[in-house]
Design a protein around this ligand. Structure first.
Ligand code: ADP
Length: 308
């Protein structure tokens, strides 16, 4: 944890639905001005955790603060300073960009609403499109408008739940540039994502699977902490080799374009498993373990430990 004050500081957050634990004693600290990425398979409890942090859901166990306010007793104050954006952007299709912002500003009683709407139009590059109907916008522009809408009340924390799902790569890059500009200005961001390029753009990451937080830290810390040795395998006959390697219980095997990445916690086991391939048509080389290799290993380990 770095020296900046904690914007999110929670311990033991737990949520159960019908006796099933969907968030299991999660601890999380996020410092001011940081972009904190939240990763993990679908159904792992990311949305539920985000909703507990901003006071939309009460945890069954656990405690802590968000923006210095108690998540159990001061959720109204938290909500006032949080911008929450989900995949469903919550826009009005038959209103223009400007009308959407003006309407939302009125609903949330944003002070000096007219000036604030103009400022958001300028800041997010929406001014020249202000009269376009939201329903006619591409996914990327809708996303930009949704971001403007959740910044209208000048929040200190943005909670973004898979905000770039279904948005094209260029718009996603621009969205992330915007997030970094906002974070540099002191805004804190917690963002869930499935995209590896986005994970790499976060200051810190948390990986959750089946409700359990399995790893937290910077990308470098997660890679170092995983302690994996990784090889890349390429060349003709890769599909047969992949089948054989996947049968090996301690190897993590994943396709990366035309290459196969094979990771293992034991360097010796990795070498032994790949030895039969040497001298054949395939090329085997040691590569640096990537963040994606780490997530694949974390996911398969957690699946093995999950009671079925
Ligand atoms: P993620 O955001 O990682 O995809 P969620 O937090 O949405 O995961 O869901 C975690 C688990 O909790 C899922 O199995 C989901 O079905 C379950 N869940 C979420 N909300 C409810 C609810 N209101 N009632 C019952 N089960 C729920």
């Amino acid at each position: 944890m770095d020296a900046a004050p904690a914007i999110i500081d929670v311990r033991g957050l737990t949520k159960r639905y019908g006796g099933r634990v969907v968030v299991d004693h999660v601890d999380m600290q996020v410092a001011r001005g940081r972009i904190h990425g939240f990763l993990g398979p679908n159904g792992s409890g990311k949305t539920t955790t985000i909703r507990m942090l901003c006071g939309l859901l009460t945890p069954d166990e656990g405690s802590g603060t968000c923006l210095g306010y108690d998540i159990r007793s001061e959720s109204r104050k938290i909500k006032r300073h949080v911008g929450y954006m989900t995949q469903k952007f919550g826009l009005y299709d038959d209103l223009s960009i400007e009308e959407n912002l003006a309407f939302i500003a009125r609903v949330y009683e944003v002070p000096d609403a007219k000036r604030r709407v103009q400022a958001m139009l300028e800041q997010l590059g929406l001014a020249s499109r202000r009269t376009q109907l939201a329903g006619a916008l591409s996914g990327g522009w809708k996303q930009r408008l949704a971001l403007a809408a959740c910044l209208l009340h000048d929040p200190q924390l943005l909670l973004l739940d898979e905000p770039t799902a279904g948005v094209d790569p260029k718009a996603r890059r621009e969205f992330w540039d915007q997030l970094h500009t906002l974070a540099a200005g002191g805004l804190t961001v917690l963002v869930s994502t499935h995209y590896m390029d986005e994970a790499e753009r976060c200051h810190r990451l948390a990986y959750i699977a089946y409700g359990q937080l399995l790893a937290q830290g910077s990308a470098e810390e997660l890679i170092a902490g995983a302690g994996l040795a990784t090889c890349s395998v390429t060349g003709p006959g890769l599909a047969d080799a992949a089948r054989a390697l996947r049968a090996h219980p301690s190897l993590h095997v994943a396709s990366f374009g035309a290459a196969l990445h094979v990771s293992c916690a034991s360097e010796r086991e990795l070498e032994a498993a790949l030895a039969p391939l040497l001298g054949g048509t395939l090329r085997v080389e040691r590569v640096a373990t990537s963040l994606e290799d780490v997530f694949i290993a974390l996911m398969s380990r957690s699946r093995d430990n999950y009671p079925s």
